[in-house]
Design a protein around this ligand. Sequence first.
Ligand code: SAH
Length: 242
Amino acid sequence: MWRATILTLYPDMFPGPLGHSLAGRALAEGSWTCEAVNIRDFSTDRHRTVDDTPAGGGPGMVLKADVLAASIDAVADGRPCLAMTPRGRPLTQARVRGLAEGPGAIILCGRFEGFDERIFQRRAIEEVSIGDYVLSGGEMAALVVMDACVRLLPGVMGAASSGVEESHESGLLEHPHYTRPALWEGLAIPEALRSGDHARIAAWRRARSETDTRSRRPDLWGHHGDGRVQSPSGARQKKNEE
Ligand code: SAH
Protein backbone atom coordinates (compact mmCIF):
# COMPACT_ATOMS: atom_id res chain seq x y z
CA MET A 1 0.00 0.00 0.00
CA TRP A 2 1.42 3.40 -1.08
CA ARG A 3 1.23 5.90 1.79
CA ALA A 4 1.09 9.68 1.47
CA THR A 5 1.47 11.84 4.56
CA ILE A 6 0.99 15.55 3.99
CA LEU A 7 2.27 18.13 6.44
CA THR A 8 0.12 21.23 5.97
CA LEU A 9 -1.65 24.10 7.69
CA TYR A 10 -4.80 23.12 5.74
CA PRO A 11 -5.40 19.39 6.30
CA ASP A 12 -9.03 19.74 5.14
CA MET A 13 -7.73 20.24 1.58
CA PHE A 14 -6.91 16.49 1.41
CA PRO A 15 -7.67 14.21 -0.33
CA GLY A 16 -9.70 16.92 -2.14
CA PRO A 17 -9.76 16.14 -5.87
CA LEU A 18 -7.94 12.86 -5.25
CA GLY A 19 -11.07 11.56 -3.52
CA HIS A 20 -12.70 11.43 -6.97
CA SER A 21 -12.41 9.42 -10.17
CA LEU A 22 -9.69 6.78 -10.45
CA ALA A 23 -7.55 8.03 -7.55
CA GLY A 24 -10.65 8.19 -5.34
CA ARG A 25 -11.64 4.66 -6.19
CA ALA A 26 -8.10 3.44 -5.50
CA LEU A 27 -8.18 5.29 -2.17
CA ALA A 28 -11.49 3.65 -1.24
CA GLU A 29 -10.13 0.25 -2.24
CA GLY A 30 -6.99 0.73 -0.13
CA SER A 31 -4.40 0.87 -2.93
CA TRP A 32 -3.05 3.99 -1.26
CA THR A 33 -3.65 6.06 1.87
CA CYS A 34 -3.76 9.82 2.38
CA GLU A 35 -3.04 11.19 5.85
CA ALA A 36 -3.00 14.97 6.31
CA VAL A 37 -1.26 16.21 9.46
CA ASN A 38 -1.62 19.77 10.72
CA ILE A 39 1.76 21.45 11.19
CA ARG A 40 0.10 23.70 13.78
CA ASP A 41 -0.27 20.68 16.10
CA PHE A 42 3.52 20.86 16.58
CA SER A 43 3.64 24.47 17.68
CA THR A 44 4.80 24.79 21.27
CA ASP A 45 3.37 28.12 22.43
CA ARG A 46 -0.12 28.93 23.58
CA HIS A 47 -0.85 31.00 20.47
CA ARG A 48 -0.04 27.93 18.32
CA THR A 49 2.46 29.99 16.34
CA VAL A 50 3.90 28.39 13.19
CA ASP A 51 5.52 31.38 11.50
CA ASP A 52 7.50 34.51 12.20
CA THR A 53 8.76 37.57 10.35
CA PRO A 54 11.63 37.19 7.85
CA ALA A 55 15.12 37.81 9.17
CA GLY A 56 16.50 40.85 7.37
CA GLY A 57 13.03 42.31 6.91
CA GLY A 58 10.62 42.27 4.02
CA PRO A 59 7.02 41.24 3.54
CA GLY A 60 5.26 38.09 4.65
CA MET A 61 6.00 35.38 7.15
CA VAL A 62 8.34 32.39 7.26
CA LEU A 63 7.48 28.91 8.59
CA LYS A 64 9.54 28.19 11.68
CA ALA A 65 12.24 25.48 11.45
CA ASP A 66 11.57 24.14 14.97
CA VAL A 67 7.86 23.58 14.32
CA LEU A 68 8.54 22.07 10.87
CA ALA A 69 11.16 19.71 12.34
CA ALA A 70 8.79 18.51 15.05
CA SER A 71 6.11 17.76 12.47
CA ILE A 72 8.53 15.88 10.21
CA ASP A 73 10.00 13.89 13.11
CA ALA A 74 6.52 12.82 14.20
CA VAL A 75 5.78 11.09 10.89
CA ALA A 76 9.24 10.15 9.54
CA ASP A 77 9.57 6.43 8.86
CA GLY A 78 12.03 6.09 5.99
CA ARG A 79 9.73 7.30 3.22
CA PRO A 80 11.21 10.09 1.11
CA CYS A 81 10.35 13.54 2.49
CA LEU A 82 9.54 16.15 -0.15
CA ALA A 83 9.09 19.88 0.38
CA MET A 84 7.04 21.78 -2.19
CA THR A 85 8.90 24.93 -3.22
CA PRO A 86 9.47 26.91 -6.42
CA ARG A 87 13.18 26.78 -5.47
CA GLY A 88 13.17 22.99 -5.81
CA ARG A 89 14.21 20.58 -8.53
CA PRO A 90 11.52 20.48 -11.23
CA LEU A 91 9.37 17.36 -10.94
CA THR A 92 9.87 14.84 -13.76
CA GLN A 93 8.03 11.71 -14.82
CA ALA A 94 11.17 9.73 -13.94
CA ARG A 95 11.05 11.01 -10.34
CA VAL A 96 7.30 10.35 -10.19
CA ARG A 97 7.90 6.77 -11.29
CA GLY A 98 10.61 6.35 -8.64
CA LEU A 99 8.27 7.66 -5.94
CA ALA A 100 5.39 5.47 -7.11
CA GLU A 101 7.61 2.38 -6.92
CA GLY A 102 8.59 3.21 -3.33
CA PRO A 103 6.59 3.02 -0.07
CA GLY A 104 5.02 6.47 -0.45
CA ALA A 105 6.02 10.00 0.50
CA ILE A 106 5.91 12.60 3.20
CA ILE A 107 5.06 15.95 1.59
CA LEU A 108 5.68 19.27 3.29
CA CYS A 109 3.49 22.16 2.10
CA GLY A 110 4.65 25.74 2.48
CA ARG A 111 2.57 28.87 2.91
CA PHE A 112 3.40 32.58 3.09
CA GLU A 113 7.04 33.18 2.08
CA GLY A 114 8.02 29.55 2.57
CA PHE A 115 10.33 27.65 4.93
CA ASP A 116 13.19 28.65 7.22
CA GLU A 117 16.10 27.42 5.06
CA ARG A 118 17.79 25.66 7.99
CA ILE A 119 15.20 22.88 7.90
CA PHE A 120 16.89 21.67 4.69
CA GLN A 121 20.26 21.57 6.43
CA ARG A 122 19.04 19.54 9.37
CA ARG A 123 16.54 17.08 7.85
CA ALA A 124 16.82 14.90 4.73
CA ILE A 125 14.34 16.73 2.49
CA GLU A 126 14.05 16.78 -1.27
CA GLU A 127 12.99 20.21 -2.50
CA VAL A 128 10.55 19.80 -5.39
CA SER A 129 8.99 22.37 -7.74
CA ILE A 130 6.04 21.61 -10.00
CA GLY A 131 6.94 24.37 -12.45
CA ASP A 132 8.28 27.85 -12.96
CA TYR A 133 5.40 29.82 -11.49
CA VAL A 134 4.39 30.68 -7.94
CA LEU A 135 1.40 29.23 -6.09
CA SER A 136 -0.01 30.63 -2.86
CA GLY A 137 0.66 27.37 -1.03
CA GLY A 138 2.17 23.93 -1.41
CA GLU A 139 -1.11 22.00 -1.06
CA MET A 140 -2.02 22.00 -4.73
CA ALA A 141 1.56 21.14 -5.62
CA ALA A 142 1.37 18.18 -3.22
CA LEU A 143 -1.87 17.06 -4.89
CA VAL A 144 -0.12 17.23 -8.25
CA VAL A 145 2.74 15.03 -7.01
CA MET A 146 0.31 12.55 -5.44
CA ASP A 147 -1.93 12.40 -8.52
CA ALA A 148 1.03 11.69 -10.78
CA CYS A 149 2.21 8.89 -8.45
CA VAL A 150 -1.15 7.29 -7.67
CA ARG A 151 -2.14 6.80 -11.32
CA LEU A 152 0.99 4.64 -11.72
CA LEU A 153 0.15 2.31 -8.83
CA PRO A 154 -0.67 -1.24 -9.92
CA GLY A 155 -4.33 -1.62 -10.85
CA VAL A 156 -5.28 2.05 -10.54
CA MET A 157 -5.60 2.79 -14.24
CA GLY A 158 -5.77 -0.68 -15.75
CA ALA A 159 -4.01 -1.17 -19.07
CA ALA A 160 -3.51 2.55 -19.65
CA SER A 161 -1.22 2.85 -16.66
CA SER A 162 1.54 0.82 -18.23
CA GLY A 163 1.99 4.33 -19.51
CA VAL A 164 4.91 3.60 -21.80
CA GLU A 165 3.33 5.56 -24.67
CA GLU A 166 2.37 8.48 -22.46
CA SER A 167 3.87 11.93 -22.90
CA HIS A 168 7.22 12.24 -21.07
CA GLU A 169 7.62 8.50 -20.47
CA SER A 170 9.90 8.15 -23.49
CA GLY A 171 11.28 11.69 -23.37
CA LEU A 172 8.80 12.63 -26.12
CA LEU A 173 5.30 14.11 -26.13
CA GLU A 174 2.62 11.58 -26.93
CA HIS A 175 0.97 11.67 -30.37
CA PRO A 176 -2.46 13.38 -30.60
CA HIS A 177 -5.71 11.42 -30.27
CA TYR A 178 -8.95 11.33 -32.24
CA THR A 179 -12.33 9.65 -31.82
CA ARG A 180 -15.66 9.45 -33.66
CA PRO A 181 -17.22 11.10 -35.60
CA ALA A 182 -14.77 10.45 -38.46
CA LEU A 183 -15.66 13.84 -39.96
CA TRP A 184 -16.30 16.80 -37.66
CA GLU A 185 -16.72 20.44 -38.80
CA GLY A 186 -15.03 19.51 -42.04
CA LEU A 187 -12.07 17.85 -40.30
CA ALA A 188 -11.34 14.17 -40.98
CA ILE A 189 -9.50 11.81 -38.65
CA PRO A 190 -6.05 11.26 -40.24
CA GLU A 191 -6.25 8.53 -42.85
CA ALA A 192 -3.48 6.42 -41.31
CA LEU A 193 -5.49 6.02 -38.09
CA ARG A 194 -8.49 4.73 -40.06
CA SER A 195 -6.43 2.33 -42.19
CA GLY A 196 -6.54 -0.62 -39.79
CA ASP A 197 -2.86 -1.19 -40.70
CA HIS A 198 -1.14 -1.51 -37.32
CA ALA A 199 2.36 -0.89 -38.62
CA ARG A 200 1.18 2.22 -40.46
CA ILE A 201 -0.66 3.48 -37.39
CA ALA A 202 2.42 2.94 -35.23
CA ALA A 203 4.60 4.76 -37.77
CA TRP A 204 2.16 7.69 -37.96
CA ARG A 205 2.05 7.97 -34.18
CA ARG A 206 5.80 7.80 -33.85
CA ALA A 207 6.27 10.47 -36.52
CA ARG A 208 3.73 12.83 -34.91
CA SER A 209 5.28 12.24 -31.50
CA GLU A 210 8.64 13.30 -32.89
CA THR A 211 7.51 16.29 -34.97
CA ASP A 212 5.28 17.62 -32.17
CA THR A 213 8.05 17.27 -29.60
CA ARG A 214 10.50 19.02 -31.91
CA SER A 215 8.17 21.96 -32.62
CA ARG A 216 6.45 22.32 -29.21
CA ARG A 217 9.24 21.36 -26.87
CA PRO A 218 12.65 21.90 -28.42
CA ASP A 219 14.04 21.61 -24.89
CA LEU A 220 12.84 18.00 -24.64
CA TRP A 221 13.89 17.25 -28.19
CA GLY A 222 17.39 18.51 -27.41
CA HIS A 223 17.68 15.83 -24.76
CA HIS A 224 16.02 13.14 -26.79
CA GLY A 225 17.71 13.83 -30.14
CA ASP A 226 17.45 11.11 -32.77
CA GLY A 227 16.87 8.40 -30.19
CA ARG A 228 20.15 9.32 -28.59
CA VAL A 229 20.51 11.20 -25.33
CA GLN A 230 23.23 13.21 -23.72
CA SER A 231 24.73 11.18 -20.89
CA PRO A 232 25.60 13.01 -17.67
CA SER A 233 29.27 12.88 -18.63
CA GLY A 234 28.45 14.67 -21.86
CA ALA A 235 29.29 11.67 -24.03
CA ARG A 236 26.70 10.73 -26.64
CA GLN A 237 25.24 7.28 -26.21
CA LYS A 238 22.31 5.33 -27.52
CA LYS A 239 19.20 5.80 -25.41
CA ASN A 240 18.43 2.10 -25.13
CA GLU A 241 21.84 1.48 -23.63
CA GLU A 242 21.04 3.63 -20.60
N1 SAH B 1 8.69 33.13 -1.41
C1 SAH B 1 8.76 31.83 -2.08
C2 SAH B 1 7.39 31.43 -2.63
C3 SAH B 1 6.40 31.08 -1.57
S1 SAH B 1 4.89 30.58 -2.27
C4 SAH B 1 9.73 31.93 -3.23
O1 SAH B 1 9.72 32.95 -3.93
O2 SAH B 1 10.47 30.96 -3.48
C5 SAH B 1 4.18 29.72 -0.90
C6 SAH B 1 4.30 28.22 -0.94
O3 SAH B 1 3.64 27.72 -2.09
C7 SAH B 1 5.71 27.68 -1.01
O4 SAH B 1 6.30 27.58 0.25
C8 SAH B 1 5.49 26.31 -1.64
O5 SAH B 1 5.16 25.33 -0.68
C9 SAH B 1 4.29 26.54 -2.54
N2 SAH B 1 4.67 26.72 -3.94
C10 SAH B 1 4.58 27.87 -4.66
N3 SAH B 1 5.00 27.70 -5.91
C11 SAH B 1 5.36 26.40 -6.03
C12 SAH B 1 5.88 25.61 -7.10
N4 SAH B 1 6.13 26.14 -8.29
N5 SAH B 1 6.16 24.33 -6.86
C13 SAH B 1 5.93 23.77 -5.64
N6 SAH B 1 5.44 24.48 -4.58
C14 SAH B 1 5.16 25.78 -4.77
